[in-house]
Design a protein. Sequence first.
Length: 289
Amino acid sequence: SQPVLGDFSVISITPSSVRLQWSIPKGSFDSFMLQYWDAQGQPQALPLDGGSRSVTVPGLSPSHRYRFHLYGLRGRNRIDRVSIDVTTTTAEPEELPQPSEVPQHKKPQTEAPAPDAPPARAVLGELRVSSVTPSSVQLQWSVPKGSFDSFMLQYRDAQGQPQALPIDNGSFSVTVPGLSPSRRYRFHLYGLQGGKRIDRTSIDVVTGEAPSEDPQPEELQTEAPPSEISLAWVVLGELRVSSITPDSVQLQWSVPTGSFDSFMLQYRDEQGQPQALPIDGRSRSVTLS
């Protein structure tokens, strides 16, 4: 049976992030793709594994209206889609503290704890890097002692603006998208209890280099002038329709000369909204659902 995406709703909103959740009332998907347009009008695509039922989107602008599209995928085919409009709040995100303001591990209070206080202070383990790309970083951590109500990841973006990403207490990893290539970032992870910062751990990460363009073939450099090389080097073949249903179209194409790193398919939906679908360079077909 064909899987179906259920309710798509908002869990929380801050000036710089939105946390979304969804359900799968029927069937299952191999993966998901969340797409939206950032404040500069650039398309953003966030891949998610098939076991995900929520996602936090950081790096947003305050008081800005966003339309998020969640696609359920089987293989590389889009099976179902749900959408939601969200406006971020107006309050400015909290300024990052100086390292001296919050020590790595606070000393236990000397006063007697309140009767309902936990017997031991929760402790954050090491903050580590799981993966790095030119535009994202995946981080993970542990909680070797006690427990936290939630977490907060803070960093400064490429423009020097502070970003705050709330994370629920069931998570021990997070992917931060929307970063700049070959840039050094310092991430601070806070463990919170009752809205108070109990512990902090930090890490410096340098994003990967942006993929460079392949060198032009030598034969083209000698046979064609520079103005013609870009046209003769890599060529897209005909774009054709493989199949059509009432709610989907499958397209295919060829690359008769050279190769591409990736593709971008763009179109406007029935509401007139522009849509952008990134596709890897090995693909030769795509299904729009």
